[in-house]
Every structure is written in structure tokens, then in C-alpha cells.
Design a protein around this ligand. Structure first.
Ligand code: GLA
Length: 382
């Protein structure tokens, strides 16, 4: 990948670029909790966005998207939205620098990557993070990491229109090799944790379903959580987010809610507790208890939060039938993409075959499998 991007850059621009990389992510557990000021437990992976970039002494940026073989020229002084969606991720980042009163100089760039799109592995956050990191570094702006993370997140909110939380950009910046990161999305305090359970490995199964509904439904879930907070605040005045409530309090307030809003809130409250539980089980290498929480997370995402789809549900059901997958659930925003599976290392191939056969019989195609290694966050590549 690195060689290809570098070669293309030299071919088009005939100069030496600087190279940067920002990774995609998995999430052990803690889904749709980030924008509710809750807990998440992601890890950065060895699939990433790579970009080659250098200044060109003009007021234009020339961008080449390697994987799409498309190019765009943009005015770096005027970050207007483009009709090319991929360019908006970058324009969104430039706009965040402008908001801080920081000018971006004209540049040439070739970028590409190996994070499958729409698979729930956060290719968009990786793209935003890579450019935020690169601009800061090339201009010597010296912006603090957490600030850059927020800028990358706001690029997505303002230019792409997904009112996302902070998890994906946070881990894309702060990932650490062989570690998962448990993040408190309220205080932004975080801890690195061992990610591995002895005898088990992580396998992703991609439904290859990319629902166009995803971003609209995502924003709706966020609004529904806010409605839940409103209702709770009228009963418990100190509540600012679903983080502030426990299951007992929620149950007592049930008659104030419609079923939908109650279910959304219940899922979030329970999922927060599950993140704390799983971190403990991981520490004690308690695979069984860990896996139970993972399955329950899926159940909640599917039945209460309603962000799953039949393809994801089938993959999790099939995992449940085995005695060698200790936990499986949908991962990321939902409505398609991948499941994350914790599988006895020795049984990986057996599991892949089982999923492929049954999934194909129902949906007409096989799922795609990814092995992931846990890697560092955004960095310059020397
Ligand atoms: C997407 C968003 C994240 C998070 C997840 C769901 O990946 O970008 O902020 O909300 O969905 O956990």
C-alpha cells in the first residue's frame, strides 16, 4: 500500500512527499454509548488510511483518491462543500482549522487505504484523523491531541452530516499496539487494557450490507436519547445524560416513557454497565463471563436499540449455536457491516465454514472475513 501511494504521488507531482497513516478500529463493546457520555472499549487496527502529502506553494489543493482513481482540486482558503462526498471529509477538516483561525497552505496529496468502506470499521474517522494529524504536523501548529480528535469529529458532524460521537476519532489518534482503550466519553479519561483472552482470537465477519439508512437512523437514535434525557430530567433534575441514570431509576420512571424511548434508554444504561463488566472479566481472563456480555450487547442493539439487520442477527445466532465462540455481536453504528467474534483460535476455520454455508443459503452470498491485528494510532511514517 505504502509503495503504491508513494509511487503514484511521485508520478503525478514529481516531488518527495511526507507520509502519514491513521487506522480504522474495532470496538470490543460499548456501542452507541459515546454520544451519551458513556463508556467505550475500542482498539485501533492494522487497516488504515495512508496519505502522501507536500506543500505546493499555491492556494489550491490537488487531491487524488487512489482507490477510486478520482481527483479533485479545491481552494484551501474557501472550504465550501464539494459534490464529491469523499472530498467533503477533507474539506470538513480544513474548515475546522479555519475555525481556529489557522490557514492551510496549498498542497498536493495522494491517499488510499485498506479499510473496507461501510463495514463499521470507521474508514471515515480514519480519513479525518489522518488529514487532521498531517495538517497539524506539516504546519507545525502544535495542537494538542485531544483538540485534534475533537476537530476530526466535528469535520464529520459539520461536513458529512453524521452527528457522531468521539469514539472513532479518539481511537484512531490514540490507539496502541496490542491494547484496547477503555474510554470515559464524559471526562475523556482513558486506560489501555490487555485485549486478548487466552486461547481465543478476534474474527470479523462482514455481511457486506451497506445500508443507506445508516446515517439518518444514527441521527434519529441520538435524538431519541436526548428525548429520554429530557423526560428523566423532569424527574431527576441532576440528570444531564443517560450516563447519569441507573437501571433502578429508569425502571421507576417507566410510565413516563413511550416504549421506543424507554427501550433506547434501557439499552444505553445496560450497555454502559456491560463495558465496565467486560473490562473486569478481561483482566481476570474470564472468557465465559466476558462472552456473555458480548452476546447481551448484541441482543440489546438488535431488540432495544434496533440498529441491527437480519444479516447481522443471523451471524450472531450462528455463533451462539457453537460451543467455541464465546461472544459475538454487531459492531459500530449498525444496519450492516461486521460482527465481531471471539473464537477459540483452533476453531476459526470451522467457524468460517459454518457461517459461509448458512449465510449463503439464506442471503445468497458468503460473508467476508477479516483477521485484525491491533496497532498504533495516527503517526507519521518515516
Ligand atoms: C459510529 C460513530 C461512533 C459511535 C458508533 C456506535 O461508529 O461514529 O461515534 O457512536 O457508531 O457506537
Amino acid at each position: 500500500m505504502k509503495k503504491k501511494i508513494l509511487k503514484k504521488f511521485k508520478e503525478i507531482y514529481k516531488t518527495e512527499p511526507v507520509l502519514f497513516r491513521a487506522p480504522g478500529r474495532i470496538n470490543l463493546i460499548g456501542e452507541h454509548t459515546d454520544y451519551n457520555e458513556g463508556f467505550v472499549f475500542p482498539a485501533a487496527i492494522d487497516k488504515a488510511i495512508l496519505l502522501a502529502i507536500s506543500f505546493n506553494d499555491s492556494e489550491k489543493a490537488s487531491l487524488y483518491a487512489y482507490d477510486l482513481q478520482e481527483s479533485v482540486e479545491i481552494d484551501v482558503k474557501n472550504s465550501k462543500k464539494s459534490d464529491k462526498q469523499w472530498a467533503n471529509y477533507i474539506l470538513g477538516v480544513i474548515d475546522e482549522f479555519h475555525k481556529k483561525g489557522l490557514n492551510i497552505r496549498g498542497f498536493n496529496c495522494v491517499f488510499g487505504g485498506d479499510i473496507p468502506l461501510g463495514a463499521g470499521l470507521s474508514s471515515s474517522a480514519a480519513l479525518e484523523s489522518a488529514f487532521t494529524y498531517a495538517f497539524n504536523s506539516l504546519h507545525n501548529f502544535d495542537i494538542e491531541k485531544t483538540e485534534m480528535i475533537k476537530m476530526a469529529q466535528m469535520a464529520e458532524v459539520n461536513f458529512v452530516g453524521v452527528n457522531c460521537g468521539i469514539m472513532d476519532q479518539f481511537i484512531s489518534f490514540r490507539g496502541q499496539k496490542n491494547k484496547a482503550l477503555k474510554l470515559d466519553c464524559r471526562t475523556l479519561e482513558y486506560e489501555y487494557k490487555n485485549i486478548y483472552l487466552e486461547g481465543y482470537s478476534i474474527l470479523l465477519a462482514d455481511t457486506l450490507v451497506k445500508h443507506s439508512l445508516a446515517s439518518g437512523e444514527y441521527n434519529i437514535r441520538r435524538q431519541q436519547c436526548e428525548q429520554g434525557v429530557e423526560i428523566l430530567r423532569s424527574l431527576y433534575p441532576t440528570v444531564n445524560s443517560l450516563r447519569d441514570i441507573n437501571l433502578e431509576q429508569l425502571k421507576k420512571a417507566k410510565f413516563n416513557f413511550t416504549d421506543i424511548i424507554y427501550n433506547r434508554a434501557k439499552y444505553v444504561v445496560e450497555e454502559n454497565q456491560r463495558v465496565t463488566n467486560t473490562a473486569k472479566y478481561l483482566e481476570n481472563n474470564n472468557a465465559k463471563a466476558f462472552g456473555q456480555e458480548i452476546f447481551k450487547s448484541h441482543e440489546g442493539l438488535s431488540k432495544l436499540y434496533e440498529v441491527s439487520c437480519p444479516e447481522l442477527d443471523l451471524l450472531v445466532e450462528l455463533a451462539k449455536e457453537t460451543d467455541y465462540v464465546i461472544g459475538a455481536r454487531m459492531m459500530g453504528g449498525g444496519f450492516g457491516g461486521c460482527t465481531i467474534n471471539f473464537v477459540e483460535t483452533e476453531k476459526r476455520n470451522e467457524f468460517k465454514e459454518k457461517l459461509s454455508t448458512a449465510f449463503k443459503a439464506t442471503f445468497g452470498h458468503e460473508p467476508k472475513f477479516y483477521d485484525v491485528n491491533i496497532e498504533n494510532g495516527a503517526e507519521e511514517i518515516k
